[in-house]
Design a protein around this ligand. Structure first.
Ligand SMILES: NC(=O)c1ccc[n+]([C@@H]2O[C@H](COP(=O)([O-])OP(=O)(O)OC[C@H]3O[C@@H](n4cnc5c(N)ncnc54)[C@H](O)[C@@H]3O)[C@@H](O)[C@H]2O)c1
Length: 379
C-alpha cells in the first residue's frame, strides 16, 4: 500500500490496512520531500516521497490510497490507474461529475480494483438495516429523512481548504458530508435519488483564513490571517425524490454548535421505520405502530447475515468509525489478494460509479438552488 496525502483521514487508511495483517505499508507521499519523509516515519511506512508520481512509480506499491484535498483527486487517481495500480479513493471521487465520469472509464480500462471510501456503509448495523429493508421488514420505503451536522466551521476564524472552490470544489458542506448522507440513503434503501430541490446558504460569508497551512479539523491558532470572501455553502436543506416514488429530506451544516459528526438517517416504510445515528452507531432504532418501539444493540448473535461479517466484538463491546473503515479495507484487499480476475466487491464497498453518482447529486442540488429552488433531475 502507498498513501498519498497524510493529513486527517490518510493516517486512518494506514491504520485500517495495517490491521488486516497481510498488507505491507510501503510508502507515504506528502506535499514536499520533508513532509513525505516525516509522515512516513510517523506512520511506520518504509519510504517517504515528496511527489505522488514517485510513489505511483514505485514497483513495490500495488495499491494507491488517495487522501489528498479534493482538487488533486482526479490527477492522482488517474495517474495511478495509468500505471495499472489499484486505487482506494477517499470521497469525493473527483471534484466534478465530469472528472468522476472520466475516472469511471479509466478504471474500467485499467481492469484493477477500485473503491471510494463512503465508509459509513462498513458499519455492521448499517448492513443489518440494509438487509432488513431489502427483505421488506419495514414495508416499502416511503420517506427517507435525516441530517448530517457538524460544528467545526461555526466561527469566522474556522477555515479549511474545503471553503476554497479551487481546492474543495463548487460545493463545501454538501460535497463533503451531504455526499455521505445521499450515498448512505441510497445504499440503505436500495433506491436511487432521481430529483432534488435545494436551499443552499453561506451563513458566514467572510472568514479569517490563516496565512500558514492548517489541516482539517485543526483548531484556530494565533496565525496571521487574511479576511476572505466565502462563496460555497456551509448549510443546506434538500428535498429529494427516489425512483420508487419515495420522498425524502435532509439538512447538512458545518456551523451547527454541538453537532460533532451527527449523521442521522431514518427510513419510514409502509409498516415500520428504522433509524441509524452515527454518534450512537451501536444501536438501531425500530419504530412500530401496533407494538412497542425497539432498540437493537449491535451483537453478532442478534444481527442478520449481511451485518454479522462486519461485527467483530460481542454485544456491549462498542465498535466505531475506525472499525467500519477497516471493514471496507478488508473487503477491498481480499479481492486484491485473490488476484485477477478480481471478484466483484461486496455491496458495502462503494464503487467509482457510486462516487460519480454522488457528484451528480451534489451538482443537481447546486443547480436547483441556483435556479431559485426548483425540482431538478439528477442527470
Ligand atoms: N471518508 C471520510 O469520512 C473522510 C473524512 C475526512 C476526509 N475525507 C476526504 O479525504 C480527503 C482529505 O481530507 P482531510 O480531512 O484528510 O484533509 P487534510 O487537509 O487534513 O489532509 C490532506 C493532506 O494532503 C496533503 N497534500 C496536499 N497536497 C499534496 C500533494 N500534492 N501530494 C501529497 N499530499 C498532499 C496535505 O499536506 C495534507 O496533509 C478529502 O478529499 C476529504 O473529502 C474523507
Amino acid at each position: 500500500m502507498g498513501l498519498v496525502g497524510a493529513g486527517f483521514v490518510g493516517p486512518h487508511h494506514i491504520d485500517a490496512v495495517r490491521r488486516l495483517g497481510f498488507v505491507d505499508i510501503v510508502a507515504v507521499a506528502g506535499s514536499s520531500e520533508a513532509s513525505g519523509t516525516q509522515k512516513a516515519q510517523a506512520l511506520g511506512a518504509r519510504k517517504g516521497y515528496g511527489s505522488y508520481q514517485a510513489l505511483i512509480d514505485d514497483p513495490d506499491v500495488h495499491v494507491v490510497h488517495n487522501a489528498t484535498p479534493n482538487h488533486l483527486h482526479y490527477e492522482v487517481t488517474s495517474a495511478a490507474l495509468r500505471k495499472g495500480k489499484h486505487v482506494v479513493s477517499d470521497k469525493p471521487l473527483a471534484m466534478t461529475a465530469a472528472e468522476s465520469r472520466k475516472l469511471v472509464d479509466e478504471a474500467k480500462r485499467a481492469g484493477v480494483v477500485t473503491a471510494v471510501t463512503f465508509n459509513y456503509r462498513g458499519n455492521p448495523l448499517v448492513q443489518h438495516a440494509r438487509q432488513s429493508i431489502a427483505r421488506g421488514e419495514i414495508g416499502a420505503p416511503r420517506f427517507v429523512h435525516g441530517h448530517y451536522l457538524q460544528d467545526w466551521l461555526l466561527h469566522e476564524t474556522d477555515y479549511s481548504w474545503r471553503l476554497d472552490p479551487a481546492k474543495g470544489g463548487a460545493s463545501s458542506a454538501l460535497g463533503d458530508i451531504g455526499s455521505h448522507w445521499c450515498d448512505l440513503a441510497q445504499h440503505l434503501t436500495g433506491l436511487t435519488i432521481t430529483q432534488v430541490l435545494g436551499d443552499v446558504t453561506t451563513s458566514i460569508p467572510k472568514r479569517k483564513k490563516p496565512r500558514g497551512s492548517r489541516e482539517a479539523f485543526a483548531a484556530a491558532g494565533s496565525d496571521a490571517v487574511d479576511v476572505v470572501d466565502i462563496t460555497v455553502e456551509d448549510l443546506a436543506s434538500v428535498l429529494v425524490r427516489f425512483d420508487n416514488g419515495a420522498k425524502g429530506m435532509f439538512s447538512v451544516g458545518q456551523v451547527c454548535a454541538g453537532h460533532k459528526n451527527d449523521l442521522v438517517l431514518e427510513v419510514c416504510g409502509t409498516t415500520s421505520s428504522v433509524r441509524w445515528r452515527q454518534e450512537h452507531q451501536n444501536e438501531l432504532w425500530w419504530g412500530h405502530r401496533e407494538r412497542a418501539n425497539e432498540i437493537l444493540q449491535k451483537d453478532p448473535s442478534l444481527i442478520n447475515e449481511d451485518g454479522r461479517p462486519y461485527a467483530h466484538l460481542p454485544g456491549g463491546h462498542q465498535e466505531a468509525w475506525a472499525d467500519a473503515f477497516c471493514n471496507l479495507m478488508r473487503d477491498i484487499y481480499r479481492s486484491i489478494a485473490d488476484g485477477p480476475p478480481y471478484r466483484a466487491l461486496p455491496p458495502a464497498v462503494a464503487t467509482f460509479e457510486d462516487g460519480y453518482r454522488a457528484n451528480r447529486i451534489v451538482e443537481a442540488i447546486l443547480d436547483s438552488a441556483r435556479h431559485g429552488g426548483v425540482w431538478t433531475s439528477v442527470s
